[in-house]
Design a protein around this ligand. Sequence first.
Ligand SMILES: *[C@@H]1O[C@H](CO)[C@@H](O)[C@H](O)[C@H]1NC(C)=O
Ligand SMILES: *[C@@H]1O[C@H](CO)[C@@H](O)[C@H](O)[C@H]1NC(C)=O
Length: 442
Amino acid sequence: MRIHCKVVVIALCFGVVLLFYFWGGNVADGPLQKEVAVEGSRNSLSSSVKRDHDVGSKLVRRSPTVPGVRSEDLPKGRKNANKVIKRGGNVKAKSKTGRATARRPRKEEFMHLAMVACGDRVEETSTLIKSAVLFSLKKIKVHIFAEDPLIPQFKEMFRQWPGFITAKFKYNLYPITFSVGNADEWKKLFKPCAAQRLFLPVILKDVDSLLYVDTDVLFLRPMDDIWRMLKSFNSSQLAAMAPEHEIPKIGWYSRFARHPFYGISGVNSGVMLMNLTRIRSTLFKNGMIATGLSWEELLHPLYQKYKNHITWGDQDLLNIIFHYNPECLFIFPCQWNYRPDHCMYGSNCKGAEEDGVSILHGNRGVYHDEKQPAFKVVYDAIRDFPFDDNMFQSLFYPIQAKFLDTVNTLCGRIPQVFLKQIEKTMKKVFEENVIRHIRPHD
Ligand SMILES: *[C@@H]1O[C@H](CO)[C@@H](O)[C@H](O)[C@H]1NC(C)=O
Ligand SMILES: *[C@@H]1O[C@H](CO)[C@@H](O)[C@H](O)[C@H]1NC(C)=O
């Protein structure tokens, strides 16, 4: 009997000790985490020299899962960090996971980038996305609207990109669709791909703001910098574009347009920043009906009224809309949508001469022919850049060297126009990496 009692007491004590042990273990997780984070920063500091090629290093090289199914929530990250430590995994994995866990904000904020890819545009689109992801600081969610046969090609391409790059963005692929109103009628009215961007506010209902770009666009500067312009909108602005031309006298709209357009030379819709929340909630003046119309209600009657007068499709419709609603548009300078038009008749984009090109827009097919080699040099270099390499060595120096061959062309005449921002961006991305790793020590 007494022996039984002793056994029970001993078992109870053991149970209590176990309880304390587990409780203590959980509490200890906090300090442990901090230790890991510090170790991580020390680690990266010592290896910062090596880091100049490691563009994405500030973002975690976590398991290279398929984008779109990666879970981003904090508790998981925590668990992972601890698991790695307990397993005694290698130092590198430990520090990186730890660092991310310690610093990631509670809810991750994405920048949203959208494009419409049709025909033979997979390579061009992938080069565009590459430039956006390589140079950006914050993470990006890419919304790709693509013709059906292109969709598996995109999936395969992203699967081949290295993990440290895919960790910097997520993507969604959508079929070309007018999932609004009478889809069949829309299809009859518009060429399927041309008008897709007009429907973004209606299709992407969960997205607050979005940067739309044509597929022949390249970022030479972090997307973060144009994204920040959303915060400069006043209370009536809901979209931002660059002028179609700097010199109205030789611009297309002022000479030929047979419909209303924005301002004195129209706007170019190849780079368009949109606050979709505002677009969805605004009633637009329209010159047809005295009461305003919502974006969705507006498109069809507008098209019906002007279809025989428009040349450039949806860009013309946007110009008509903002002609009647000029207070809704924010105009950004030409270096954010730099086209051959800005140099092929002589340089006319002052902002690019001063600051360099921020976003390059190779329309007129100049990435794929020999007409404007200055544009093609930049495109080729970004397309051919091997991801996991030194950016100065394999991206900037080749552009700089090849640019020498273009100085006899009108667009290549001032290399600094094309090179200034690229060089700045690479320094910035490099410094950002180093600084982020040093900061917790200060
Ligand atoms: C877009 O506009 C809405 C409504 O005015 C606002 O709440 C939101 O913060 C804006 N988005 C951005 C990124 O500025
Ligand atoms: C916002 O800026 C635009 C362009 O400068 C202007 O037309 C509009 O009146 C401004 N809106 C407000 C509410 O100040």
